[in-house]
Design a protein around this ligand. Structure first.
Ligand SMILES: NC(=O)c1ccc[n+]([C@@H]2O[C@H](COP(=O)([O-])OP(=O)(O)OC[C@H]3O[C@@H](n4cnc5c(N)ncnc54)[C@H](OP(=O)(O)O)[C@@H]3O)[C@@H](O)[C@H]2O)c1
Length: 348
């Protein structure tokens, strides 16, 4: 039986991917992150700080039967700062141990993203293709990619990297959770009797976008890790359609039964700074799960998304050519996720 190691299991993608593998029942599973995840089997969880090299080395015996690694961990500092060196260290500390202790290692998959193309820096060549040159900017993705490709040379195992764009899913306590941030912001605005103003400028409201639903991504991950043709390849992964906030924003407002507002220059990090009491009263009145305000959304991340006032389009042709052809309606998927947040008592 294949034995998956899901690294970063407590994150937005990690929790959803573990649930995906549990549903398929085709995998033996080991999860890894510093924090435990209440719903996962404690006996198969490794609480490990990957920055601690000695601790990683001491875990070698527990890693000996791993066949597939799904590396979803990412070190993020406050203010949504993502440094290169620690993110290279967490990968190296783990893979150096695995490469010598996991005799049946078959595949290591890295979760990257479209920041590979500099989508966050300014207008880029669209639709971005996997073969596009790297922009001249720092990003931990490049160091991880080069390290892994060099490490694999001459080995029996293979690697893949996936580049999703804005992962939409249900999660708690993850900094890069856009759907959770939008829903929390909407709930607070409604509570204050305000419309759902769009927290970005007119150009961001109108820009063409692509998103990636967490379920589609989970299918793509399993596919790329087990399809021999995907060995040592990079793939963009997105829902495959395009949308603009200006079209979906009124529908989000309708979901919360509130009026949609206009694009505005407001910074969520500033205007949400004093809204903890508002959130607490929403949680109490709607009998929501008691998610602390700072776990409900990362406003620095949300601001970084809504300031993107240029088109965000990537090509998913390569994945289709290699055999992954799932698509999703991004608007419908986003609204369905907000409904799931409501069902799970995470949002009103
Ligand atoms: N979310 C998006 O919209 C998006 C879009 C494109 C690409 N991506 C990429 O997808 C990947 C996963 O994203 P995500 O949103 O799921 O991230 P996330 O929610 O921030 O999860 C990160 C995971 O890394 C773990 N981690 C951090 N430091 C660690 C350490 N020192 N030792 C062990 N584990 C550590 C965290 O667990 P603990 O804190 O419990 O240790 C957590 O499980 C990232 O590489 C990201 O770049 C995300």
């Amino acid at each position: 039986m294949r034995h998956a190691l899901v690294v970063g299991a407590s994150g937005l993608l990690g929790t959803n991917f573990v649930r995906h593998l549990q549903r398929t029942r085709d995998w033996r599973l080991t999860t890894l992150s510093r924090r435990p995840v209440a719903e996962f089997e404690p006996a198969t969880h490794m609480a490990l700080d990957l920055l601690d090299q000695a601790a990683c080395e001491s875990c070698a015996p527990r890693l000996s039967s791993i066949t597939h690694v799904f590396f979803l961990a990412r070190v993020v500092d406050s203010g949504y700062r993502i440094a290169v060196d620690p993110n290279l260290a967490v990968l190296r500390n783990l893979i150096d141990v695995l490469a010598s202790s996991a005799q049946d290692l078959a595949h290591v998959q890295l979760m990257h993203g479209c920041k590979w193309y500099g989508v966050h820096l300014g207008p880029f060549r669209t639709p971005a293709r996997e073969t596009d040159p790297r922009p001249a900017s720092e990003n931990f993705y490049y160091g991880q990619h080069d390290y892994l490709a060099a490490k694999q040379a001459g080995q029996r195992w293979s690697w893949s990297t996936l580049r999703p764009h804005f992962i939409d899913g249900v999660g708690v306590g993850s900094p890069s959770n856009l759907v959770g941030a939008i829903g929390t912001y909407a709930a607070v605005q409604r509570e204050l009797g305000q419309p759902l103003h769009f927290p970005g400028n007119e150009a961001a409201f109108n820009a063409l976008l692509m998103h990636t639903h967490v379920d589609l991504l989970a299918n793509a991950m399993e596919w790329a890790a087990t399809e021999p043709r995907c060995a040592n390849q990079d793939f963009n992964v997105a829902n495959g359609d395009y949308f603009r906030w200006r079209d979906v924003w009124p529908k989000i407002a309708a979901h919360f039964a509130m009026p949609a507002g206009q694009p505005s220059a407001l910074k969520l990090e500033q205007c949400m700074a004093d809204k903890r009491p508002v959130w607490n009263s929403i949680v109490e009145r709607h009998e929501l799960k008691p998610v602390p305000f700072e776990m409900a959304a990362d406003w620095a991340f949300a601001d970084s998304v809504f300031r993107l006032d240029w088109e965000q389009a990537v090509s998913v042709v390569k994945a289709h050519q290699y055999g992954f052809s799932q698509m999703m309606d991004s608007e419908q998927a986003l609204l369905a996720l907000l409904a799931q947040y409501r069902e799970q008592k995470l949002l009103p």
